[in-house]
Design a protein around this ligand. Structure first.
Ligand SMILES: Cc1cc2nc3c(=O)[nH]c(=O)nc-3n(C[C@H](O)[C@H](O)[C@H](O)COP(=O)(O)OP(=O)(O)OC[C@H]3O[C@@H](n4cnc5c(N)ncnc54)[C@H](O)[C@@H]3O)c2cc1C
Length: 440
């Protein structure tokens, strides 16, 4: 992720630097005024480039899953490019405001000469400037709400839908306020490409067409609420469904006004367009879901997405599969898909971390699935009994392994501590794959 963001910023810097070296430069202006002006251009370019990338990623481009490592990574990149873009937009705004400070300290002498445009273009530029300022305030407010994790997700999600409109306003601001000389330079071509990609993505989002081609309708076949807070929902999908690979997820809509929620498809693909979801009551919507769902009701499924794919494993590496709580769902799909080919199943240690073994309905299911797969060793870590999974325990278990490959789905804190601990021992011989259950 860092490489992509740094790469984009480097390309923008090259474009900006090219114009600085070979473009028509101002004459007779002081260093400070020139620095302010160029700082204004550079922060503006960084901001709109990152925001365009963020908009493009918001369209859930399935073709980017392979290079980026899955849709959860696409979303993470979307989030961080958006956050950085707003950071640069704030810097851009501060530089714009520094005008008065410079006038008061070094005076107006050496200021860049004012450009002259036709009356209508001047009016357009003024309008673009005012709109840009309001759009930056709105984007900053959205950034605060995004980082404030306690802010209710559903309200945040509704507010977040105005981001494409904010983007279009900022794109207009960038197009009319970019120096006219840019449009004859590589930086102008880059800007035009980014603005076009961002504008098309915004239009797709505003017209509700994101992911439309991957959506199929279906029917809820059964709803089963175990004695823990997990609801198993089986759905039968329409013929348009092209199947899924074990470990993938989908955006599922049971109720149009609620919208789509991402859930892992916790069953193997048997070619019959039946999928099973295991849904834990983690929030306002999912908590009472079992009471609200009825067999026969319509469902819409968009997907599949994700690269938490058993086929990508390294056969030479020690397989360590770790699930925390409801993070077991992709592994359920893996285990189910291996049932018919137990001879070809890899050797792996599956660690399942549960709050309370005694009341966990997943354990009998896991035990039954693993019974048919002699290569898979199931380890249950019962927090109630103080059996917490640590990197030390994993290290003791796999001390002889030349290389290790961890597939992790569970809480971020557990992922961080295990990854850090194992990296100390395995160093570059460790590969760590993680499915993030959080998109905000
Ligand atoms: C790739 C992926 C796979 C997942 N698989 C499963 C699964 O198999 N079983 C399961 O029980 N849970 C799964 N989740 C988590 C599940 O999506 C959330 O628990 C659920 O959406 C919470 O909704 P809520 O309104 O009840 O909770 P809220 O209290 O409203 O939200 C709790 C958190 O859930 C996330 N969330 C809520 N609504 C959405 C949404 N519409 N889109 C994206 N994220 C949202 C946000 O991070 C939010 O902070 C998965 C999440 C992801 C990203």
């Amino acid at each position: 992720m860092k490489t992509i963001l740094a790469g984009l910023l480097a390309i923008v810097t090259l474009g900006w630097g090219w114009d600085l070296l070979y473009g028509p430069g101002p004459s007779g202006s002081s260093v400070l005024w020139t620095m302010r002006q160029q700082g204004l251009y550079l922060t503006g370019l960084y901001s709109i480039a990152l925001m365009s990338l963020s908009m493009l990623l918001a369209t859930r481009p399935a073709w980017l899953e392979r290079p980026l490592g899955g849709m959860d990574r696409v979303y993470r990149l979307h989030k961080w490019s958006g956050i950085l873009a707003i950071g640069f937009a704030a810097a851009h705004w501060l530089l714009e405001m520094s005008d008065d400070v410079l006038k008061a300290t070094i005076g107006r002498a050496g200021r860049l000469p004012k450009e002259h445009y036709s009356a209508w273009f001047d009016a357009l530029r003024h309008f673009g400037k005012d709109m840009g300022e309001w759009a930056i305030y709105a984007a900053l407010a959205m950034l605060v709400l995004t980082l404030w994790k306690r802010f209710p997700y559903q309200i945040w999600r509704t507010l977040h839908r105005i981001m494409p409109a904010i983007y279009l306003t900022l794109a207009f601001h960038a197009a009319v306020l970019a120096p006219p000389g840019y449009w004859l330079q590589p930086v102008g071509l880059l800007l035009a490409l980014l603005l076009t990609a961002g504008a098309i993505s915004s239009a797709l989002s505003l017209t509700g067409r994101i992911g439309q081609r991957r959506q199929v309708s279906g029917t809820v076949v059964s709803v089963c609420n175990s004695f823990t807070d997990i609801t198993a929902v089986q759905c039968r999908l329409a013929p348009g469904w092209k199947g899924h690979r074990p470990g993938q997820f989908a955006f599922v809509t049971f109720n149009r006004s609620e919208g789509a929620h991402p859930f892992t498809i916790a069953s193997a693909d048997r070619g019959d367009r039946n999928i099973t979801l295991q849904i834990k009551g983690l929030g306002d919507y999912t908590r009472g879901l079992a009471q609200r769902l009825q067999p026969g009701q319509a469902v819409s499924v968009e997907g599949p997405y994700g690269r938490f794919d058993l086929a990508r494993r390294n056969p030479q590496a020690q397989q360590i599969w770790i699930a925390g709580g409801i993070g077991i769902t992709p592994f359920l799909a893996w285990l189910e898909s291996l049932q018919d080919q137990s001879d070809a199943a890899p050797a792996a240690d599956l660690h399942y971390c549960t709050r309370d073994r005694a009341s966990d309905s997943m354990i009998p299911k896991l035990e039954a699935l693993c019974a048919a797969l002699p290569g898979i060793r199931l380890h249950v870590h019962d927090a109630r009994q103080g059996q917490l999974l640590t990197s030390e325990k994993l290290h003791a278990l796999h001390a002889g392994a030349k290389r290790a490959e961890v597939w992790f789905c569970g809480p971020q804190g557990l992922a961080d501590s295990i990854k850090e601990g194992l990296q100390r021992t395995f160093r570059s011989r460790l590969r760590f794959h993680q499915e993030a259950f959080e998109m905000r």
